[in-house]
Write a protein that binds this ligand. Structure first.
Ligand SMILES: Cc1cc2nc3c(=O)[nH]c(=O)nc-3n(C[C@H](O)[C@H](O)[C@H](O)COP(=O)(O)OP(=O)(O)OC[C@H]3O[C@@H](n4cnc5c(N)ncnc54)[C@H](O)[C@@H]3O)c2cc1C
Length: 369
């Protein structure tokens, strides 16, 4: 079984298959560099790295999985071979019986698909934290969970800075239930975050929104230009990492077409999961932990057993701002928050449910510095 892309979904799928099959994982980075919790990553990178920047050899369940650091360059679907390039420039060809496409998306500076060494990943994370730490005023632009999470966590970490959130509609988090924002808005106000609805930023020509900028931002929505020492662009410009795939596998936006069973139609043994898979309008199979269903289907298909179907909730749900000093709030699809206090998060949720239960054992991770 070949897992193409070892991010949040790829790692979990590999963990689930490792006991039943020979698994090879190919990924540009030699570690899980998770797409989760942008705010915590920027504000408290050490703490974030512990669970979200994890070298593959830290996962006990991946001991039997061969992980290859390489950039995927192509796939021959007839010959069942994936092509990739190693960091030293050599080309490799990996045959497969089953292929999982889990290459995710690129988004801002915090989700990249470029080949990086562990030191480069760590340096980039530390640099973003220091850049924001040295600013007196921070402008966060965007209306999704990444923007809200960044604004809340930066304001918590640095109460003396001026942190403001500019979003294009009357409220952010429009893919969540309205109650989610009603609740979080109170928290952001308490934290002193300036809230600026109906601001649509002009993206400078040629700017890919992949660096923290400084200075003036113009608004196409008519307001006067605004200044800040640091400007964080979290405007949801996601790009699927599918350049290596043939066009016939993709929809008009470049995401991988899948059936409810997460199969790529027309290609037996080829599956897709996570942010790259066009499962539903929110492409929510990572968040909704479809890795278990996928592992089941991969093993069931050749054995002729019935496959399971993925059913997506209509709205986004989960944590938005991540773990805080008072615990973590998880929002249900109906927008109601469920709070787990700090002590059970530290002593039960993370060590037992996440590291032991979900990831089946994680060895101590190395510090960021
Ligand atoms: C357990 C869990 C909990 C979550 N909780 C929340 C939550 O509470 N709230 C919320 O909003 N979201 C949550 N999410 C969702 C999450 O934010 C994203 O949806 C998730 O990170 C997407 O995972 P992915 O595997 O699709 O992509 P990624 O994690 O981005 O993985 C893609 C991988 O493929 C590699 N890659 C890409 N292109 C290439 C290439 N050409 N060659 C080689 N490698 C390549 C990348 O380097 C990366 O390692 C959760 C997800 C999980 C799994």
């Amino acid at each position: 079984m070949l897992i193409a892309g070892l991010g949040d979904s790829g790692v979990l799928t590999a963990i689930r298959l490792a006991r039943s099959a020979d698994v090879v994982g190919i990924s540009a980075q030699p570690a899980l560099v998770s797409g989760q919790e942008l705010g915590m990553r920027l504000a408290r990178p050490e703490e974030w790295a512990r669970d979200y920047l994890v070298p593959f050899d830290r996962y006990r369940a991946l001991d039997g999985v061969r992980t290859v650091q390489a950039t995927l360059t192509g796939v021959d679907l007839a010959a069942r071979v994936v092509h990739a390039r190693r960091p030293d420039g050599t080309d490799i060809a990996e045959p497969y019986d089953s292929l999982v496409i889990s290459t995710g998306v690129r988004n801002g500076f915090w989700r990249r698909a470029a080949m990086q060494s562990p030191a480069e990943v760590r340096a980039e994370i530390t640099a973003a934290h220091e850049r924001l730490g040295s600013a007196r005023s921070i402008m966060v632009i965007g209306g999704g969970a990444a923007a809200v999470s960044a604004a809340a966590n930066l304001a918590t970490r640095w109460p003396d800075k001026r942190v403001a959130l500019y979003f294009p509609h009357d409220r952010p988090l429009r893919e969540h239930h309205p109650r989610t924002w009603e609740h979080l808005q109170r928290r952001l106000i308490r934290l002193g975050v300036g809230l600026h609805p109906n601001h649509r930023a002009v993206v400078p020509e040629g700017f890919a929104c992949d660096t923290i900028t400084a200075g003036e931002v113009n608004w196409s929505s008519g307001q006067q230009a605004t200044q800040a020492d640091a400007v964080l662009w979290a405007i949801g410009r996601v790009e699927p990492n599918t350049e290596w795939l043939p066009h016939q596998l993709l929809d008009e936006n470049g995401f991988v077409v899948v059936t409810p069973e997460l199969r790529v139609p027309g290609y037996r043994g080829v599956f897709a999961i996570g942010d790259v898979a066009a499962t539903d309008p929110l492409r929510s199979s990572a968040r909704n932990r479809a890795d278990g269903l996928l592992a089941h289907n991969i093993l069931a298909e050749p054995a002729g057993r019935p496959l399971r179907s993925y059913r997506a909730p209509r709205r986004r749900w989960g944590s938005v701002i991540g773990v805080q000093s008072d615990g973590v709030e998880v929002f249900a699809p109906g927008g109601r928050p469920f709070r787990i206090p700090a002590w059970p998060v530290r002593k039960v949720l993370m060590p037992w449910i996440v590291r032991r239960g979900i990831y089946r054992g994680v060895r101590d991770n190395q510090p960021l510095g």
